[in-house]
Design a protein around this ligand. Structure first.
Ligand code: HEM
Length: 445
């Protein structure tokens, strides 16, 4: 009986891998619904080398085959593992938790363009050269084709009662444009952001109080700075999006259970997304621990946010900040949108919150670690804000703080917060001398 079960499982795994290995099938099931132009699909489905035009080398009287995607240097792909084996073999050197070091090493070893192959056989091209990055990221496109996070798409499609679409971050084409144009105008509006500054000052004051409460009284060291910075990111983004203070940074009162759950779920969401992408992808065939943890995190976030949205819809103004209408209006504006499904409104608020937390916190960590080692730099930054020691910092102060802005920009250049920006090519391109076809994954690192 046990043997039969093991045999059945082995057959299931082999079948799953077989289906997964078939790129044509993959493109049919996955890429096809995403690509708008059918020609692009045909290009992807054809053999990678076949349709690229060849030139003739008359001197040697032979055909020169242009270099295609599988000519790009990189770790050797193995059947069923792709290039993931590097994490198994060099597990001490290459760690999932330090992916930036992995890619820096691959860049050193293989150069400006590196090929990674997924266990499914899908190629992922890593670009390290500025000209290539600009060519891909600045491609004039009506609907930039950003590869979606598969686990989010799979989960959200399995819950149509909750999600009308897979959300602004993962949607493509006209649906993405509709969500984008109706949802982002509020968070990018200078007026709304300026009016948000007083509330943000209060968030920062609470952040500093919390740091003081956690620091060692003798050494002034804060051992869990990253966790506290993440709480600050969560509080700031929720204040912006939901128009109310959540109490994530509270020093004296115990946080409500719901808020604790929300903070833990947001953290888990990122961990599960990372594991689903960089792992072996077994969650696609079985509800693995990665998938279950992801689903649980999404559910928790959805339930907490959904309750707030429903409460706001019912009571309209209860519990929301009254002194600053513009802060509240991001949330209220989204709820007031006429031609958007309420499910899209809820999932948009969830997506905004998730997109904002770690980006804010990590930017702060990177900027601080770039400047705190140099007293002269710290002195210049403090000088730009010295008139505001006892007053709140508003737009004027930021406009004049040119040195601080330059420090932030330089920090972004050296330690980009949002790395691995991914695009799927919409037309054939030549990058670093390789002819690459539309429909492939590109990842900037
Ligand atoms: C300092 C902090 C932040 C950084 C460095 C950052 C960086 C980025 C980058 C580089 C992208 C583009 C990704 C791509 O082109 O593939 C992006 C997209 C996005 N960001 Fe941020 N972000 C930050 C804060 C926020 C905040 C606070 C929010 C929400 C309130 C937010 C919401 C979003 C959303 C919804 C998208 C997806 C837009 C789309 O696909 O159309 N971000 N972010």
């Amino acid at each position: 009986m046990v043997m039969a079960l093991i045999l059945l499982m082995a057959i299931a795994i082999l079948l799953a891998f077989y289906c997964n290995l078939d790129l044509r099938k993959f493109s049919e099931c996955y890429i096809k619904p995403l690509l708008l132009n059918k020609d692009q699909l045909n290009k992807f489905a054809n053999d990678s080398e076949a349709s690229i035009t060849t030139e003739t080398d008359y001197y040697h009287a032979r055909e020169i085959r242009p270099k295609g995607v599988f000519d790009i240097p990189g770790p050797k792909p193995l059947p069923l593992l792709g290039t993931k084996w590097i994490f198994l073999l060099f597990f001490r050197k290459y760690k999932m938790s330090k992916l930036h070091e992995v890619y820096a090493d691959l860049n050193r070893k293989y150069g400006d363009i590196v090929l990674e192959v997924m266990p499914s056989g899908l190629p992922i091209v890593h670009l390290f050269n500025r000209a290539d990055l600009e060519k891909v990221l600045k491609y004039p496109s009506k609907y930039p084709f950003r590869p979606p996070t598969e686990i989010v798409v799979t989960y959200r499609r399995s819950r149509p009662e909750r999600y009308a679409s897979v959300g602004i971050v993962n949607e493509q084409g006209p649906t993405w444009q509709k969500l984008r144009s109706s949802l982002t105008s509020f968070i990018t509006s200078p007026r709304i952001l300026q009016n948000f500054l007083p509330a943000l000052n209060l968030v920062c004051d609470d952040f500093i109080d919390l740091l003081k409460a956690h620091r060692d009284p003798h050494t002034f060291e804060v051992t869990n700075f990253e966790d506290i910075a993440n709480l600050m990111g969560l509080e700031a983004v929720c204040t912006l999006m939901l128009g109310r203070r959540m109490g994530f940074l509270s020093t004296n009162t115990e946080q409500p259970e719901k808020i604790k759950q929300l903070a833990a779920a947001v953290k888990q969401l990122f961990i599960s997304q990372r594991d689903s992408y960089y792992g072996f992808g077994m969650w696609k065939y079985f509800p693995t621990q990665t998938y279950r943890k992801f689903a649980h995190a999404e559910e928790t976030i959805y339930d907490v946010i959904s309750e707030m949205v429903d409460q706001a819809l019912e009571e309209n103004n209860a519990n929301f900040m009254h002194h600053d209408d513009d802060v509240r209006s991001v949330f209220q504006h989204i709820l007031d949108l006429k031609d958007l499904d309420i499910r899209d409104k809820k999932s948009a608020i969830i997506d905004f919150i998730a997109a904002g937390i770690e980006t804010l916190a990590n930017t702060l960590l990177f900027v601080l670690s770039s400047v705190t080692g140099n007293e002269e730099v710290i002195g210049k930054i403090l000088q730009e804000f010295q008139d505001h020691r006892h007053t709140i910092i508003l737009q004027d102060a930021f406009t004049n703080a040119t040195y601080t802005k330059a420090c932030i920009q330089e920090s972004y250049r050296i330690r980009p917060t949002a790395f691995c920006l991914a695009r799927i090519l919409e037309e054939d391109m030549q990058l670093s001398g390789y002819d690459l076809k539309a429909g492939l994954y590109f990842v900037k690192t």
